[in-house]
Write a protein that binds this ligand. Structure first.
Ligand code: COA
Length: 260
């Protein structure tokens, strides 16, 4: 599929999706959000893809936020629609994807950009990254899940401070907060993400999907995560991957998972 605002490429089981509006610091307009939805959907269904990496093009930004020029004149209902549609189409969609998604944060990750990174299953940053939710400086609040996912990741007090001050933290502070898992140089960012992705891709994709559902259940209202874990754990026993994984262990060889 061809896109106007993103590039999606599969190589050795890894699909890398690059947001490609560097002149606008990769700001998320509606068309980009729709294209990202399609690219994530395609990669999720692609049998070759084991792991997805999302990053921004250029050396300056991952994503500098939702495209402010698109919503500056919106009214109350349009504002609600913008948040609801975006959450459904992209942010909740990524979080609930069955394949692992790594955010390679290569520069500014602000507003919708940090919200995008937080929707991914985990984050790796380059040392020039700057992260924040500056929406209150525009008279609005984060609307793509930022008020929910930031406290989940860094704790309520830190989230309150970061959102209230509209400030930015650097990559090392983000590492200290647990907002990103690793910090590396700009050159090493994608190679490190690929190294982690290869490690993931050697494991059972069926079990990884089950683990994503079970972990996410911990953060869903009205859902008992322990019950979800019991159900997902049990279901693993009916998969070919489980049969292969346990047989390979007992035969002292490396498992070759069929992904079923
Ligand atoms: N929406 C729309 N356009 C954006 C944007 C956004 N969120 N962030 C950056 N851009 C555009 C700028 O308008 C500028 O476009 P122009 O060249 O046509 O004028 C271009 O990207 C480059 O940005 P610029 O501000 O010149 O770069 P900078 O290095 O001086 O500053 C930032 C970088 C990230 C500090 C600054 O762009 C910024 O504050 N962006 C908005 C961040 C924000 O509030 N995000 C939350 C939105 S809800």
């Amino acid at each position: 599929m061809s896109y106007n605002n993103i590039i999606s490429e599969e190589h050795n089981g890894i699909t890398t999706i690059t947001i490609n509006r560097p002149k606008k610091l990769n700001a998320l307009n509606l068309e980009t959000i729709k294209e990202l939805h399609d690219a994530f959907d395609d990669a999720n269904q692609d049998r070759n893809t084991k792991v997805i990496i999302v990053t921004g093009s250029g050396e300056k930004a991952f994503v500098a936020g939702a495209d402010i020029s698109e919503f500056a004149n919106f009214d109350v209902n349009e504002g609600k629609q913008l948040a609801a549609k975006g959450q459904e189409l992209l942010f909740n969609f990524i979080e609930n994807l069955s394949k692992p998604v790594i955010a390679a944060v290569n520069g500014f990750a602000l507003g919708g950009g940090l919200e995008l990174a937080m929707s991914c299953h985990f984050r790796v940053a380059s040392d020039n990254a700057k992260l924040g939710l500056p929406e209150v400086s525009l008279g609005v609040i984060p609307g793509y899940g930022g008020t929910q996912r930031l406290p989940q990741l860094v704790g309520k007090g830190r989230a309150m401070e970061l959102i209230m001050t509209a400030g930015m933290i650097d990559a090392n502070q983000a590492l200290n907060y647990g907002l990103v898992n690793h910090v590396t140089t700009q050159e090493e960012l994608i190679p490190l993400c690929e190294k982690i992705a290869f490690k993931i891709s050697r494991n059972s994709s069926v079990a990884i999907s089950a683990a994503i559902r079970a972990i996410n259940a911990n953060f869903k209202d009205g859902v008992n995560g322990f019950q979800t874990e019991i159900k997902e754990f049990g279901n693993c026993f009916g998969t070919e991957d489980f049969e292969e994984g346990t047989t390979a262990f007992l035969e002292k060889r490396k498992a070759d998972f069929p992904g079923r």
